[in-house]
Design a protein around this ligand. Sequence first.
Ligand code: FAD
Length: 265
Amino acid sequence: VASPVWREFDKSRLYTADLESALHYLLRVELASHKSLAGEELKTLKDFISLVAKLFPGRPPVRKLLEMLQEWLASLPLDRIPYDAVLDLVNNKMRISGIFLTNQVKWVGCQGSRPELRGYPCALWKLLHTLTVEAGARPDALVGTGFEGNPQAVLQTMRRYIHTFFGCRECAEHFEAMARESLDAVKTSDQAVLWLWRKHNVVNSRLAGHLSEDPSFPKAPWPSPDLCAACHEEVKGVDTWQEGQVLAFLKWHYSRANVLDTYSS
Ligand code: FAD
């Protein structure tokens, strides 16, 4: 097997290719194992797609596709649909111009040193962080969705998506346990951004040294001092987070303005 060409990237930036590859994988691979969707499962998918349609920080053809999918799901009179109907829509069989989602994965900031490492779970994390940051930055985007004014809505919706659909079942159970324990305490959109950051670091520390760890990308508390020096302070010899600085850093790092289209055709 020829090894793919390594794509140079800047770890302080996000890449359209990772975010769009995550959506492709989510819609065409992860969901495909659910041959038909009904009841709570269907509701969870509808809610998650509405959220992504409103907040995805990507290019217009993908945003339009998400909008079309969201409108179609919202208008369905049925309470059970076959997955293939979702796939037809995602594949845009009607070939409406200006509506398109890549149909292959191309990892950039989520490349692994071996093909089985990183990739989708990495890009899903990035997608989830962008959603919490975008929801805080553009609360108006959620008007009319039923999510407006609810600071927990984004996290609760992603929690339900992960619990129902995330292919890594062990990850889904771990995430659900963390959500059950502390998600209720989130009262503002800033707290939502920080909650996801904190829990992601809990996962990082649990997985340090684990078989799934890419040796070229060791798990460590994030952001490291080289990404955000101001996020760290030494208090009595112990490295301590400066949460105000972390919040400001997250709002920049996961903003639309930090996304690069390099490597996206
Ligand atoms: P990832 O942890 O995937 O991080 C991706 C990128 O996000 C990093 O490169 C960095 O740029 C940024 N980042 C890192 N930490 C933070 C942070 N704290 N806040 C914001 N951004 C950050 N794997 C398991 O084996 N067991 C599990 O229980 C498990 N649970 C998971 C739960 C969820 C919801 C998800 C999405 C994934 C889970 N995974 C789990 C997969 C695992 O967390 C990693 O995604 C995977 O090992 C790939 O790691 P990575 O090195 O690409 O970095």
